[in-house]
Design a protein around this ligand. Structure first.
Ligand code: CA
Length: 230
């Protein structure tokens, strides 16, 4: 899941970025409204977290402009203003939720996940395929009841595959989803992450294979009985 954070208060921005990254989100963080619009134009975002008081544009203005180009993009407003009017304006402008500062990072994360579930095709919080069960709220994968030890990036990768089993996902799309702009999300990094995930799935006897479609991308399929223990 890739999230754009627009917040001009540096310490606040860093706290949110650190927390969400730790929890497996790819986060692009900017401090100005214009930068938010520029970032949204070149990346495929799953959600935006938007501060209302920005140095250049008003957050509400940014939201309206984002809504023109990305009508479905889930948006959460951060606001220090506790006026009912601001919240109503925000919700009328298409925000899905808002949170009043100061807030707890876990609450922000929970609201973000709730918004993603409500707005996306993520109604289920558990995926299962082959011998794998994946819980999207804890980001844990289990094979035959045993937890598989995955890094947050490997877990994010597995989640992307499990969302569209059997479907080829292009490398571009995976890099977009997994790596924020400032990460060095080279294809080598993606390939290395895929290899590690493959090894862990095999070791856990997950009965799943990540197939490489040369020059295109990857897809996750259930292993046939012959392939299972090879
Ligand atoms: Ca601000």
């Amino acid at each position: 899941m890739r999230v754009l954070l627009v917040e001009d208060h540096r310490a606040m921005r860093e706290l949110i970025v650190d927390h969400l990254r730790e929890r497996g989100f790819a986060v692009d963080a900017v401090s100005r409204g214009q930068d938010a619009l520029a970032a949204a134009a070149i990346t495929r975002l799953d959600a935006v977290i938007l501060d209302l008081g920005l140095p250049d544009l008003d957050g509400m203005e940014v939201l309206s402009l984002l809504r023109c180009s990305h009508p479905e993009l889930p948006a959460i407003l951060l606001t220090a203003r506790d006026g009912v009017e601001d919240r109503l304006r925000g919700l009328n402008a298409g925000a899905d939720d808002y949170i009043v500062k100061p807030f707890n990072l876990l609450e922000l994360e929970a609201r973000l996940r709730a918004v993603l579930r409500r707005t996306g095709n993520r109604r289920s919080t558990t995926y299962s395929l082959g011998e794998i069960v994946f819980d999207t709220s804890t980001r844990e994968a289990f094979a035959r009841g045993r937890r598989i030890d995955l890094t947050r990036r490997e877990a994010a990768l597995l989640e992307e595959f499990l969302r569209v089993p059997g479907q080829v996902i292009t490398k571009d799309l995976l890099e977009d989803r997994l790596y924020a702009l400032e990460d060095s999300g080279s294809s080598n990094a993606l390939e290395a992450a895929v290899s590690r995930l493959r090894r862990k799935l095999a070791a856990a006897r997950a009965s799943l294979l990540i197939e490489t479609k040369w020059g295109i991308g990857y897809r996750l399929v259930e292993a046939t009985p012959n392939e299972r223990y090879s």
